[in-house]
Ligand binder design. Structure first.
Ligand SMILES: [Zn+2]
Ligand SMILES: [Zn+2]
Length: 262
């Protein structure tokens, strides 16, 4: 059987006969093709050369990251919940130690996505754990391997279980969404992917169309996003990268940051 090909810059998996010679995710103006040109690798190479680091962030939250760092350096977050665990976003490598770790912690009821920069090998994960995948319908065009595990949701909000909600915010992508989990902190915890980006100094939260290419959103979009976020209670934030965790003054920092844009 011919192997899938993996984009070395973002980790997206494509069928071996995918029509384009370049990764469609990276060829979009929110990402980039590296100076040396498109890099393709195989799942075997990734399995051989990399491993997954599992790190506990909270009694009910584990971070999963590929080591050495691969693709954009993205992380996935495993959220343990009474009525079923959720994997928030995805990493392009699923190996035996990771499968066994997740299974001993109750498996997965669903994988929920913030946006297309994480889709990578989502179908492998959904098949191994026999779980649903939640993606906002606005980002359907970025799904390159449609599978019957994928549930496209619509509208501004989708209620899951144990009070957990998916909320569509838009901005970075039309379907960009956050996951709101009420039981991890007093006011609620938001998992934001790239919808919000916590700066390294932890004093600013950026909201952009493209982070690597520094492309801003329009003033109208920023106002719309501010109004959406104002109505959502939270005091804790987990972002795209490992260092993007914030649990102090989150709303204050967000308000001050958005004020600078608007
Ligand atoms: Zn790519
Ligand atoms: Zn992104």
């Amino acid at each position: 059987m011919e192997q899938l090909k993996i984009c070395g810059t973002c980790g997206t998996h494509y069928l071996p006969h995918a029509s384009s010679d370049v990764c469609e995710i990276c060829n979009d103006d929110r990402q980039y093709i590296p100076d040396g040109g498109q890099i393709w690798i195989t799942p075997d190479q990734l399995q051989r050369n990399n491993s997954v680091r599992l790190h506990k962030l909270h009694e009910r939250v584990y971070e999963l990251q590929i080591k050495p760092t691969f693709a954009i350096g993205q992380r996935a977050l495993l959220i343990l919940s009474d009525q079923g665990n959720i994997l928030w976003d995805c990493i392009p490598l699923l190996n035996e130690p990771t499968i066994s770790f997740i299974k001993t912690h109750g498996g997965l009821k669903a994988i929920a996505f913030s946006h297309p920069h994480y889709y990578s090998n989502m179908n492998d994960w959904a098949e191994v754990f026999d779980c649903k995948i939640y993606i906002h319908q606005n980002d359907e065009q970025w799904i390159f391997n449609m599978n019957n595990h994928i549930n496209l949701w619509t509208g501004q909000e989708k209620k899951l279980w144990d009070g957990i909600r998916l909320i569509n915010i838009g901005g970075h992508f039309p379907g960009s969404s956050i996951l709101h989990v009420p039981f991890l902190s007093k006011e609620g915890t938001v998992f934001c992917g790239d919808t919000l980006a916590i700066a390294p100094n932890k004093k600013h939260i950026a909201v952009m169309y493209s982070y690597p290419n520094r492309i801003p959103l329009s003033l109208q979009e920023m106002n719309r996003i501010k109004n959406r976020l104002d109505k959502i209670p939270f005091d804790s934030l987990y972002g795209f990268y490992s260092d993007q965790n914030l649990s102090e003054d989150v709303k204050k920092i967000l308000a001050a940051s958005l004020h600078q844009y608007i």
